[in-house]
Design a protein around this ligand. Structure first.
Ligand code: SF4
Length: 345
């Protein structure tokens, strides 16, 4: 695969995960979430293979390889990389990009969720892009009603059964960069909301949550549906849409759960399991990812059946994963029948 694009995109700024994109927009530039352009590429596997040809090891997370190649494929010359709160592989990735002539800007979410430290990081990001903090705050105010529309898609999925789990996933995950143009994104999501309100609701008999990082496989939502379930909660994607009220940028990114400790995530998962009436949780883990260790904590602390699902490369899931999802849903189905049967005894 040829990674050099037809033309470099001077106004595009690659991001390796969700950051305060308000700063990038306030600079008159376009954030490009490299994860999103990698996974929506017509041939994401070829991007992974190209990274491997360029020396990335086969026993390394494919998201890292994909975003590396996607940056080149999309002509990105400047990247904001998150050096704390996301992935330690990003450090080496940023160094590789630097050796290849890309400009790299660091951003860190302080592990202890320290408000002053985060405030200073946001100011540092503003300085790196020559942005006045007040202008970034104005962009945040403009984004709030757009994010609220993504929350509405989530609600239409979880409460009315009109949007699918995949719809909810797609709109919320896209809030990391608003596809580089939030006005266009706003028009698109308004049209989508118009169209789904007329849909016939689907009452899923088994309501599932999806915890962990967004899956690299292409068919998880469809496979769950094929076996009679519906994903009505997307944990990380919801976080990318900034679900909690906040007075300013610092508070917004302090309340954002993904980059900090697992315990506040567990509390949020427990609350959403109750609020959404979930019958089970799929914990998606990526091959070769340190976050797999969180599986033990989720299993210890959440009182709901959990299926741990691991994938490596982009594309459809293998037969074994299909079988495991089928067996998990069958188990939930049997479990749900039991109380009703007991009432007739
Ligand atoms: S899936 Fe894990 S290893 Fe891969 S980029 Fe994300 S945090 Fe890093």
């Amino acid at each position: 695969m040829e990674l050099m694009p037809d033309r470099p995109r001077a106004d595009a700024v690659g991001i390796t995960t969700t950051i305060p994109c308000e700063v990038i927009f306030a600079a008159g530039l376009r954030p490009v979430d490299l994860n999103n352009v990698f996974i929506t590429d017509p041939e994401p596997l070829k991007l992974v293979e190209e990274a491997e040809r360029r020396g990335f090891p086969s026993n390394m997370c494919c998201w890292i390889k994909g975003i590396y190649a996607a940056a080149h494929h999309h002509g990105i010359r400047r990247v904001v990389g998150v050096v704390q709160g996301d992935c330690s592989n990003t450090h080496a990735l940023m160094e590789i990009w630097q050796t290849e002539g890309l400009e790299v800007v660091e951003f860190a979410f302080p592990y202890n969720r320290n408000r002053e430290a985060l405030d200073a990081e946001i100011n540092r990001l503003c300085a790196a892009f020559g942005v006045n903090r007040a202008d970034a705050e104005k962009v945040r105010e403009r984004l709030q009603p757009i994010r609220a529309k993504a929350h509405e898609v989530d609600r239409l999925c979880a409460e009315e059964g009109k949007a699918t789990g995949f719809d909810s996933h797609l709109w919320m995950i896209s809030c990391s960069d608003f596809n580089g143009d939030y006005e266009e994104f706003d028009r698109g999501i308004m049209e989508f909301l118009e169209s789904v309100r007329g849909r016939r609701p689907r009452a899923a008999s088994m309501r599932l949550g999806l915890a962990g990082i967004p899956p690299i496989c292409s068919d998880l939502y469809d496979v769950v549906r094929d076996y009679g379930g519906e994903i009505v909660f997307n944990e990380t994607q919801r976080q990318f849409s900034m679900p909690f009220d906040a007075a300013d940028l610092t508070e917004q990114y302090v309340r954002y759960l993904y980059p900090y400790d697992v315990f506040s995530r567990v509390d949020d998962l427990a609350a959403e399991i109750r609020r959404r009436g979930l019958d089970g949780l799929i914990h998606y883990v990526q091959s070769f990812c340190f976050r797999q260790l969180h599986d033990r904590i989720l299993r210890e602390r959440l009182d709901v059946p959990i299926l741990t699902l691991e994938c490596d490369r982009p594309g459809p899931m293998d037969g074994r994963s299909h079988t495991r999802i089928e067996a998990f849903l069958e188990m939930i189905h049997e479990k749900k029948k039991r109380p009703a049967a007991a009432e007739h005894d």
